[in-house]
Structures are given as structure tokens and as C-alpha cells.
Design a protein around this ligand. Structure first.
Ligand code: 9WN
Length: 424
């Protein structure tokens, strides 16, 4: 049975491969996405370590001169109106320092250094022969530098996201409050393409999209300059910052492998961990909350992102996070994949995108963190239940965490990639 699942994962990854990288899903997302590529590489390394390296190299080939890695790298062979917002919206070609290939101008969570390190470890000899680490390391360093300098909008040492799409968890209830001050553009000003491939009850609303478009347009019109804007959105997100720390640990391992000094990365990881715990952890709640960078207040919304600092090596509050994951809000022992949002909240919606359903990538990160902190039995149990869920539902984008019913698109690449990794 595991053999069948393994073959099915490979089939999805092969079908979604496009010469240099993998699309998240053939119809709904027909370009390359940033954090998708990181998760895809983690699975692809079991199928073809070289292809996994190329997945990351193609993404970093579209890195901007300022170090940012765009959240979408557009495939110029795909119809211009296949996805909204496309290249004509982002207009990256007009920005000095943007690459030759069209991209968006916002970012996504920095899962890439971890992915690069895991990819390297899958076949060090092949990676060495291609000079993979030599080429990717300076690019990863520039990426982290961008996030820790230009995106430190409050001086706390943490990075801010400036658009909900940057969180990767687009319509999470955690963004409702900071988004409320953004005036949406009228729906007559844009045409959604996602609804041609997805059910509207499972996707963000038009009101959400009106705000997404407003924020992206304002950022673009400001030349993608990073600054706090009173009418904008700026949030210190626990997931992004946790991935930065995990990434610094991975960069330390990569540096050591290249014969360089790992200590600056370990020092950066320590600094970031301290800032993460001091700024975003709520000891009474036992979870990390996002912080609105414009008001300085925590957004007390219980999202899976608040548990994911568990993926940080040596996190001092790991035991408290495990306790919260086991509580009624997330029901780690039964709910699977791990719900994206508090099961006990009145506005939990088990079918709508990031407002309740479970996703395989966040569950994989929690599984990774449980293993890191010695919770091997909880990690094994989660792993088995995830494999069972995917075997039953197929490679859906997200699932009802209590019934296991599949939602969103099918043949979703990171579901297949991370399942392949969990089988190993
Ligand atoms: C906007 C590609 C991406 C994921 C995100 C997920 C969704 C895009 C969208 O799809 O976002 O970037 O159009 O809804 O929320 O996590 O990277 O799979």
C-alpha cells in the first residue's frame, strides 16, 4: 500500500514539473511559487536530487538585486490571463534590480535554507559535482539579509510581512484585524481567475481580494519600497520568523560544509530566537501570536502559525507549544492535518482555505518540530495519520481536519512532495 502511495506521489510531481521547476497545481497555480518550491524540493529530493536542486536554483535565479525572492516567478509560456494577478499587474520589468523573467514583488515564508540543506543531504556527491551549495549559499544569505534588514519595520529584530499573501496563509483570521483598516478596491477593478478552478465557498471572499489588490497595487506604485504605511498592512508573523531561525541553523550547516565559519549564522539564530520569544510569545496562552507592526499590539488569533516555532532548534517554550497543540483548539491526537485555525473558535470554517482546514505543509513543519524536540511518539503518530488521510483523500490542497474530506484543487504538488518525504 505504501508502494502505491509512493508511486502516486511521484506521478503528481512528474506531471507538475515544467522544465526547470514545478507548478503547485496545473490549473489553479500555473507558475512557480516561492515557498511551494521549498516544500516541493524536500520531496523531489527522493525522486531526483538533481531536480530538487534545480527547483531551488530556478527560484533563486529570479532573485532581485535587493535580495528578495519573489513569491511568484511567471512562466512566460502560460497565457497572460491564466492567473490573477499576473505579470501585467506586478510590472516587475519596470523595477530596477528585478530579474529578466517576470515576477511578483512580494515574498513568501523563508523555508528555502532548510529545503536547500535537506536537498543537499539527499545526495551530497551529486550536489558537490554541480556546485549546488557554492551557488545557492550566497543567494540564501542575501535573501535572509533582505528579510532581517529591509523587512525589520519595527526595530524589534523580526521581519514583517506587508501583504497577507506573504504569510502563505492568505485569509487566516489572524489578518482580519490588521486588514480592516485597508480600503478595498472595487471588485469592478479586477477579474479573479481562481474561481474558474475552485469553489467560492472554499476560497477567500471578494472583499478579501479587494484588500489584497489594494495592498499589492500600493506597494507596486511605491516601487516596492519597504516602509510602514499608516493605511497599509505590516505584521510580524510567527511562522515567517520561525522559518528564518530554522533557516539560519541550516545556513550554519551549509557554511560548515563549505569550510566557512558557521558562527555568524548561529549568532543570528540566537538573536532571532530571543526576539521571537520576547516579542510574539504569550506565556498565558502557550502560543505565539502575530504582532501588528503599525499598532504594536499582538493579534490574539489562534492559528497553526503560532505553533510552528516548534520547528526552531532549542526553542525554550517547546513543551508549552506541544501542550497547546494537544488542547481542544488543535486536537493534535485526532485532528489531521493539523487545523489551520482554532477548532473551538466561532468563526472556524473547516472548508475555507486558511480559516480552518488542515494543510500538509504546516502539518509537516509541526511533525518536523515534534521530532526536533524529542516528541517522537507524537511525531510518528501524526506522520501515520497524515499518510492515511492523503491515501484516502488524494493529493488535495487542504482537508477538513476532523472528517478528512478533501478541499481545494487536486494533484497539489506540496501535498505529494511532503507525503513522499513522510513515507521515507
Ligand atoms: C497566492 C500556491 C499558493 C501557496 C499559498 C496559498 C495560495 C495564492 C493564491 O497558493 O496562495 O499566493 O492565489 O491563493 O495560500 O500558500 O503558496 O500554492
Amino acid at each position: 500500500m505504501i508502494g502505491d502511495l509512493d508511486r502516486a506521489c511521484r506521478r503528481v510531481l512528474l506531471a507538475n514539473w515544467r522544465q526547470r521547476s514545478t507548478v503547485p497545481a496545473a490549473r489553479l497555480y500555473p507558475h512557480q511559487w516561492s515557498w511551494d518550491s521549498a516544500f516541493i524540493a524536500v520531496g523531489l529530493r527522493h525522486l531526483s536530487p538533481v531536480r530538487a536542486q534545480r527547483e531551488l536554483e530556478s527560484l533563486f535565479g529570479a532573485q532581485w538585486d535587493d535580495g528578495r525572492v519573489p513569491h511568484i516567478v511567471f512562466d512566460v509560456h502560460v497565457a497572460a490571463d491564466a492567473y490573477f494577478p499576473g505579470p501585467s499587474f506586478w510590472r516587475s520589468a519596470a523595477v530596477p534590480g528585478a530579474p529578466g523573467v517576470p515576477t511578483s514583488g512580494i515574498v513568501q515564508p523563508p523555508a528555502h535554507a532548510l529545503a536547500a540543506w535537506l536537498t543537499y543531504r539527499a545526495d551530497p556527491a551529486a550536489a558537490r559535482a554541480r556546485g549546488f551549495l557554492d551557488r545557492i549559499y550566497p543567494r540564501l544569505v542575501a535573501w535572509h539579509d533582505y528579510l532581517t534588514t529591509r523587512r525589520d519595520l519595527t526595530g524589534s529584530g523580526l521581519m514583517s510581512i506587508v501583504h497577507p499573501w506573504e504569510s502563505g496563509m492568505d485569509n487566516s483570521p489572524a489578518w482580519d484585524e490588521p486588514l480592516a483598516r485597508v480600503t478595498p478596491v472595487p471588485t469592478t477593478e479586477f477579474t479573479r481567475r481562481d474561481l474558474a478552478h475552485g469553489t467560492s465557498a472554499e476560497r477567500p471572499t471578494d472583499a478579501d481580494y479587494g484588500r489584497y489588490v489594494r495592498l499589492a497595487r500600493d506597494y507596486r506604485d511605491a516601487g516596492y519600497a519597504d516602509a510602514r504605511r499608516a493605511d497599509g498592512f505590516a505584521v510580524e508573523d510567527p511562522l515567517c520568523n520561525a522559518l528564518l531561525v530554522t533557516g539560519e541553523h541550516a545556513l550554519a550547516s551549509i557554511a560548515a560544509e563549505l569550510g566557512r565559519d558557521p558562527r555568524p549564522h548561529l549568532a543570528a539564530a540566537d538573536r532571532l530566537t530571543d526576539a521571537l520569544v520576547a516579542t510574539l510569545y504569550d506565556p498565558a496562552a502557550g502560543i505565539f501570536f502575530p504582532r501588528d507592526a503599525l499598532t504594536g499590539s499582538l493579534v490574539r488569533s489562534w492559528s497553526v502559525g503560532g505553533l510552528l516555532p516548534l520547528a526552531v532548534p532549542g526553542l525554550p517554550v517547546a513543551a508549552e507549544l506541544v501542550k497547546t497543540a494537544l488542547s481542544d483548539r488543535f486536537r493534535l491526537r485526532e485532528a489531521c492535518p493539523v487545523p489551520s485555525y482554532d477548532l473551538t473558535a466561532a468563526d472556524h470554517d473547516a472548508a475555507r482555505y486558511w480559516r480552518g482546514p488542515g494543510w500538509v505543509n504546516t502539518s509537516w513543519l509541526l511533525w518536523y518540530g515534534l521530532g526536533l524536540h524529542g516528541e517522537t511518539s507524537l511525531a510518528d503518530d501524526l506522520r501515520h495519520r497524515l499518510l492515511e488521510r492523503v491515501r484516502t483523500a488524494g493529493f488535495r490542497e487542504y482537508l477538513d481536519p476532523l472528517t478528512g474530506a478533501g478541499h481545494g484543487t487536486d494533484d497539489f504538488s506540496w501535498t505529494a512532495a511532503l507525503t513522499l518525504d513522510l513515507i521515507r
